[in-house]
Design a protein around this ligand. Structure first.
Ligand code: G3H
Ligand code: 13P
Ligand code: ZN
Length: 333
């Protein structure tokens, strides 16, 4: 058993309370490789932003669970080396799908876990979430639960359409499970195709797709039921169209990829939404940058020469999110 406290990590409790009070949100960035982690830490350290490093089950399988955990430990040391004296870094399991997976993460030094029982019948979701909370809280590890189903792929679970969170269920769920934060469904979804073209309108000037608005009325109703309770938004990539364009122009194929407008995320960040999950945008930044090097310098075969620019692009993206969308810069001096 390794406690996250020995690794210099923190849980989400205080971070979320401050974020709700301060009207900003904490970035939760997924990582599964060194370049992503370097970019996240550099951006957070330079911006002095609290940050949540998210690891999915798929990422653990891809990179090796032990290696990823040590990378997160190394990230704390790296942050200090960059001059961030008091790094506020959470290591979080994204979309945990079983008690055993959550336990394995807690036992190896994670400071926060998500148990995603959103696809289960309500009572089963309550029971599983409570089981994880009871274990996690013994070690002061915080737990995120989920109510409502997001469209798209949630790790290995996929759904064709979303079911908004039912505000009538949230008090019962939070009380009976004891979870520390709640992921809700208000129209966001995972991946780079968050809306079909049929769900969108087209901007006559730019020709770009304009997605339908998020269900802020559901968020408002949840906040009314659970005042001050930390709310989480998954599927919050904005799918920057400049990356999509670069990728498509340089041999890629991402037709009609579309995300959540930044305006809507800015609005959410000012509310009880205190954790905003972003993964796909980092994948797009990396892919666009690598395609550019491959096109401009076809003779290049040193991975550092294309992973380096990809890392720089991700760092720019993370800083932009922190400063211009979530407003978490300067909140972890
Ligand atoms: O919510 C899903 C995250 O983007 C993680 O995706 O399961 O492909 O690692 P992944
Ligand atoms: P995106 O696919 O929109 O980046 O969402 C990521 C996410 O919710 C991770 O849990
Ligand atoms: Zn998610």
């Amino acid at each position: 058993m390794v406690s996250y406290k020995e690794l210099g990590l923190v849980n989400t409790r205080e971070m979320f309370a401050k974020a709700i009070k301060g009207g900003y949100a904490i970035p939760a960035f997924n990582f599964n490789n060194m370049e992503q982690l370097q970019a996240i830490i550099k951006a957070a350290a330079e911006e002095k932003s609290p940050v949540i490093l998210q690891v999915s089950k798929g990422a653990r399988n891809y990179a090796n669970a032990t290696l990823l955990r040590y990378m997160a430990q190394g990230a704390v040391a790296y942050a200090k080396e960059l001059g961030w004296e008091n790094p506020q870094i959470v290591l979080h399991l994204d979309h945990g799908d079983s008690f055993e997976l959550c336990k394995s993460c807690i036992d190896s030094g994670f400071s926060s876990v998500m148990i995603d029982g959103s696809h289960l019948p309500y009572e089963e979701n309550v029971a599983l979430t409570k089981q994880v909370v009871d274990y996690a809280h013994q070690y002061d590890v915080t737990v995120e639960g989920e109510l409502g189903v997001l469209a798209g792929v949630e790790d290995e679970v996929s759904s064709d359409h979303h079911t908004y969170t039912d505000p009538e269920e949230v008090i019962d769920f939070a009380t009976r499970t004891g979870c520390d934060s709640l992921a809700i469904s208000i129209g966001t979804s995972h991946g780079a195709y968050k809306f079909t073209p049929e769900q969108c309108t087209r901007d006559p000037k730019t020709g770009l797709l304009v997605p339908p608005p998020l269900a802020f009325e559901v968020l408002d109703a949840v906040m009314e039921k659970l005042p001050g309770f930390p709310i989480v938004l998954h599927g919050s990539s904005s799918v920057p169209q400049e990356y999509v364009k670069t990728i498509n122009e340089l041999g890629g194929k991402l037709p009609d990829a579309i995300g959540i407008p930044e305006e809507e995320l800015r609005k959410a960040a000012k509310s009880a939404v205190c954790k905003i999950n972003i993964d796909s945008d980092s994948r797009l930044a990396m892919t666009a940058a690598i395609r550019k090097v491959f096109t401009d310098k076809p003779g290049e075969f040193d991975p550092r020469k294309y992973l380096g620019p990809a890392r720089d692009e991700m760092e720019r993206l993370y800083k932009h999110k922190i400063e211009n969308v979530l407003g978490s810069n300067g909140k972890a001096e």
